[in-house]
Design a protein. Sequence first.
Length: 314
Amino acid sequence: MNIQMAKSIDKREMTYEEWKEERRKAIGGSDAPSLLGLNSYKSSIRLYMEKTGEIAPEPAGEAARWGNILEDIVAKEFSRVTGKKAHNVNKILIHPEYDWMIANIDRRIVGENAILECKTTSVFNKDKWEGDEIPQEYIIQVMHYMAVTGAEKAYFACLIGGQKFVWKEIERDEELITMLIEQEKEFWEEHVMKKIPPELDGSDDSKDLILKMFPEGNDPEVIELDQEADVLLYKLDEVKKVIKTLTTQKTEYENKVKAKVGEHAKAMTEHYNISWPTSKPSFDSKAFQKDHPDMYKKYRIKPGTRRFTFKEAK
């Protein structure tokens, strides 16, 4: 199978709301990292609740909006740099066996059984694209696309910080695709279809979701929880003890190194570079407001503090 032969739904005949509903009824490429626990912005439990219609998907942020705006520019730059033609695919592509597995690919490569995924990212993420590096969640995303389309290869084109362009290629990985399909099949058939939510994880997104689900705790009734809660609390208590021990050890190791650094702002060892400078004095606004809330004429200078950091030397 190749991309042009894949089952599909024409997006040009759909409204935006209809397109969103089709996405809700299936697993797309951008969903795959979430159900594997690789998306720091969306947990598997949130994905489950979106697919079952319990909550609405979060609206796209500014980064996603600009990513869509710049997609065509990134694709054109890829074609200019590589000489490969990339065409739009105005269709929702559907896996030949699993109707719940879909793909909205950015471009297909003319003359190859290959796809192009266009990305834009902050300059703070440039290390994730150094050399042969590709962010793991994007690898999962295109493997999902290749599973759906039968593509043999995927290309990435990424604009970093609005000023640096990189492109990468990745071959189809049958072993990874098989694992991915198994995980997605379990998520869809055992959780979404049966309305059984997956386990909560330790992500910030799960933490935020719990607070949105239960924003208040005003019911005075004392309820009795099951044995699982008892086990979880025991484990939580043990983790807190370990954290306390490790925090004490961390402070001890820092103090011993600081004693060796002394009054110097920087130091080095065979394997590490150390920084412990004194920050510039800063205005103590709290003391200023407390002493002179009306006149704001008198203030004091807050002593500078020292910030200790270290990193492995290259």
